[in-house]
Every structure is written in structure tokens, then in C-alpha cells.
Design a protein around this ligand. Structure first.
Ligand code: SF4
Ligand code: SF4
Length: 177
């Protein structure tokens, strides 16, 4: 199994329901976020387009946060996602410094936190909290190794991109224009 997330930016209206749902689901402290919404203008006048993206940890295949974690707290789970074992985390913040996406924050309880791709919900057969509330169904999470899954169909359409590919981390969150 290889869990990935796909986000259709042409559907995203920037309502930030995903951000609120994530904060509630994962009890994210005030002033911290596991996901956020970015608006980016592309092109030049008069041919300009606005891309609205719901961003989060990219669950990178070549994740510097995993490589630089001195305790093994940050690791790849069997489904390919990047997870944090809180019992091993010393709060040293090496992962925060090495993430090119600013996807992590220091939790007041002494460990580092970030998007877990709602693995607890996926394991129960439920969608991620952000996917569940998205009013335009822009977000779809699933198994890229299953050719029948919705994410596999989206990936086959071939029009997907990742944020800052030049960072070389091989993200597993894909955006569709
Ligand atoms: Fe690690 Fe950052 Fe990639 Fe997430 S986005 S896996 S925190 S390097
Ligand atoms: Fe690893 Fe925790 Fe240090 Fe991050 S803060 S590098 S997860 S021990």
C-alpha cells in the first residue's frame, strides 16, 4: 500500500474548512497548524490564473525530516506516510529545521507535530478529516498501489504536480490544475 493525497486546485474555493476540521480532529493547539491554504498567482497579465492550494506535510519519499531525526521518532510507516513516534521524540527540532515546506511545529507538550494524513481515520476506513469536510470534494486520499482507487485514476490523468519539486524530497501530496 502507498497512501497518497491528491488535491484538485480547480475545485478549491479557499474556504479553509479543511484547516478547521484538521484542528478539531487532531486537537492542534492555538496558533499552530497541520494544514493551511495558499493562494498563488501564476502567469503574466493578461493570462493569469489563481491557484488555491490546501497544503500540509507532503509525506515525502526522500524525507529530510526522517534522515535528520537523531532518535528515529520521525519515520516512514508501512503505508509510505511519514509519522512521528511521540515516545521517541526529544523535541530537538532537527526535523523542523530540515523540512523545506515548514510543515512541522513544536507542540507545547514537548514533541514535534505535523499532518499524519489522519492515519487513525484511514485505518478505520474513513476519509481524512480535511477530505471529509471539503465542500467541493477537492481532496481525495487513497492507495496509489490500487489501480481502481480514485487517487490512481487522478494520477493517471497525468496533470498533477507537487509543490517545490526542486527540493528533491519526492512529495506524495499531488495537486491537479
Ligand atoms: Fe518531512 Fe517536511 Fe516532507 Fe513532511 S513535507 S515528510 S515534514 S520533509
Ligand atoms: Fe526527531 Fe523529535 Fe528531534 Fe524532530 S524533534 S528530529 S521528531 S527527535
Amino acid at each position: 500500500m502507498r497512501r497518497v493525497m491528491t488535491i484538485d486546485t480547480s475545485r478549491c474555493v479557499g474556504c479553509e474548512a479543511c484547516v478547521i476540521a484538521c484542528k478539531n480532529e487532531n486537537r492542534v493547539p492555538d496558533d499552530n497548524y497541520r494544514d493551511w491554504v495558499v493562494q498563488e498567482v501564476r502567469g503574466e497579465y493578461p493570462k493569469v490564473a489563481l491557484e488555491i492550494r490546501s497544503e500540509r506535510c507532503n509525506h515525502c519519499t526522500d524525507a529530510p525530516c526522517v534522515t535528520n531525526c537523531p532518535t528515529g521518532a520521525s519515520h516512514h510507516a508501512s503505508d509510505g506516510t511519514v509519522q512521528i513516534d511521540r515516545s521517541k521524540c526529544t523535541g530537538c527540532r532537527a526535523c523542523i529545521a530540515s523540512c523545506p515546506y515548514g510543515a512541522r511545529y513544536a507542540h507545547p507538550d514537548g514533541y514535534v507535530d505535523k499532518c499524519s494524513l489522519c492515519e487513525h481515520r484511514l485505518d478505520r476506513g474513513e476519509p481524512t478529516a480535511c477530505e471529509a469536510v471539503c465542500p467541493t470534494s477537492a481532496i481525495v486520499t487513497g492507495d496509489a498501489d490500487d489501480p481502481q482507487s480514485e487517487v490512481s485514476k487522478r494520477l493517471r490523468r497525468g496533470s498533477l504536480h507537487v509543490v517545490r519539486p526542486e527540493a528533491g524530497t519526492r512529495p506524495n501530496v499531488y495537486y491537479e490544475r
